[in-house]
Design a binder for this molecule. Structure first.
Ligand code: F6R
Length: 237
């Protein structure tokens, strides 16, 4: 069953999303959280940090797996997804860094790396709750519109639309990496719960994903087949 919650501000979206994650963490202190980067979950992470600092929300046993990482950006590059997660969440909570996982976009053997990451998620027992944003083209993770839904973690070329959309984080579009390693649709769909956060600028694509035909050309539309999806939509840009 899926639930759509519409809130006024991005702050409300973050607060509600964080409450959902916090109650899962309190219910299972060793939970495996699936995490996303990008602007959509920033307010959610900010609120989780506040809950940790002011209310003692405990992350000491929590394990995390991120959806994706750019290929070719060193871990300490300011735009790597590892840097994003450290800055927005991990550095401000009591999580054990060795329990935080992202694909290694600098691995020499990229095929070996996606296979390792794919196995890792299974070895952790799968994802309890997966946080998602949605791309302007309907991608989730970096599962871009394509002929079929992906069944394993993989290295993917980014579409021009995604490169343009992500150029805002770099000094120019030419600096955006052309490839990423992404967790696949199968792993996302196997998460027990899904929490998708999106703001006003995603209104059209979100409607298409939630109400349109299920198609790998709109990857997020597959979520219509998941039994426990919560979408929090902020009416603010
Ligand atoms: C990020 C990710 C992407 C983003 C999507 C939306 O880890 O997997 O699918 O969630 O590109 O990005 P924002 O939130 O920046 O609009």
């Amino acid at each position: 069953m899926s639930e759509l919650i519409i809130v006024k501000t991005t702050e409300d979206m973050g607060r509600l999303g964080a409450e959902m994650i916090a109650s899962e963490v309190m219910g299972n202190p060793e939970i495996v959280l699936g995490l996303a980067t990008g602007s959509s979950p920033v307010s959610l992470y900010k609120e989780l940090v506040r809950m940790h600092k002011e209310e003692g929300l405990d992350f000491s046993g929590v394990r995390t797996v991120n959806l994706d990482e750019y290929v070719g950006l060193p871990t300490d590059h300011p735009q790597s997804y590892r840097s994003f997660m450290n800055e927005n969440l991990f550095d401000h909570i009591n999580i054990d860094p060795s329990n935080t996982h992202l694909p290694d976009g600098m691995a020499e053997d990229l095929d070996g790396e996606w296979a390792r990451y794919d196995r890792l998620v299974d070895e952790l027992g799968g994802i309890e709750i997966q946080v998602l944003g949605i791309g302007p083209n309907g991608h989730i993770g970096f599962n871009e519109p394509s002929e079929e839904f992906s069944k394993h973690t993989m290295v993917v070329p980014l579409t021009n639309e995604t490169i343009e959309a992500n150029a805002r984080f770099f000094s120019s579009a030419s600096e955006v990496p052309r490839e990423a390693i992404t967790l696949d649709i199968r792993h996302i769909m196997q998460a027990k719960k899904i929490l998708l956060v999106a703001t006003k600028k995603k209104k059209e694509i979100l409607k298409k994903a939630l109400e349109g035909r299920i198609s790998s050309q709109v990857p997020a539309s597959v979520l219509q087949l998941h039994r426990d999806v919560t979408v929090i939509f902020s009416e603010e840009e």
